[in-house]
Ligand binder design. Structure first.
Ligand code: DC
Length: 220
């Protein structure tokens, strides 16, 4: 089973994807790490994020085993990732990596921005996780305060809104809810409640698939 989870920054989609994967014993891919890794490699080499051909080159050479999530965290890398993610050539270079990841027995949980719309348009389960921009900024701001690098709340909110705008208005695979995705709004939802909601959707889809399979004609 392929479970596609999309949504904007700080919506809780990553936490939810991880929890769903753990609960169902499925592999999990945070596709944002791929774009973060492309941006980081360019920055480490002193190459401008405006250089699309170099970004494409780096994306084409990316390998999942070389990703270090700890080194890719942070709002700054998220912003840089959002810039390289707008290049159609970079996105195209990362499609196979994501599709190949899910080609394993049992399937996988993949979260990102375009998983249900472009990468896996036929995913059995699609969830679109969101929350108000103020609530998402509050979460990010709290993380920064707890991490010892406080920032003005309005600056965090402006950053979230700028990233939403870029991710949703780019021409290549913009952030969008797939028509058949189920919306989970986490504005007033604790992570456990979001997990319960997601598991209920998954169980219902599974039941429907099992029912359809039992109704399909069998060759005796
Ligand atoms: O989910 P994240 O914050 O780690 O993602 C960082 C950026 O990468 C995000 O602002 C847009 C881009 N991204 C994307 O365009 N498509 C994806 N499937 C995942 C992330």
């Amino acid at each position: 089973m392929i479970i596609a989870i999309d949504g904007p920054a700080a919506s809780g989609k990553g936490t939810l994807a991880k929890a769903v994967a753990e609960r169902l014993h499925l592999a999990h891919l945070d596709s944002g790490l791929l774009y973060r890794a492309v941006a980081k490699r360019l920055l480490d080499r002193g190459v401008s994020l405006d250089a699309e051909p170099e970004a494409q080159h780096v994306a084409a050479a990316l390998d999942l085993s070389g990703l270090d999530p700890a080194a890719l965290r942070g709002a700054e890398m998220g912003e840089a990732a959002s810039r390289v993610a707008a290049y159609p050539t970079v996105r195209a270079a990362l499609v196979h990596l994501q599709r190949n990841f899910a080609l394993r027995p049992g399937g996988a949980v993949i979260d990102g921005r375009d998983i249900g719309t472009v990468i896996f348009p036929d995913a059995q389960v699609k969830l679109f996780v969101t929350a108000s921009s103020e609530e998402r900024a509050r979460r990010r701001w709290r993380e920064l305060v707890l991490g010892g690098s406080p920032l003005d709340f309005d600056a965090v909110l402006a950053d979230i809104r700028r990233r939403d705008e870029r991710d949703s208005t780019r021409s290549a695979a913009p952030l969008r809810q797939a028509p058949d995705a189920v919306l989970i709004d986490t504005t007033h939802l604790e992570p456990d409640a979001a997990l319960d909601a997601a598991l209920a959707v998954i169980a219902e889809k599974r039941d429907r698939q099992d029912e359809a399979a039992s109704l399909s004609p069998r060759v005796l």
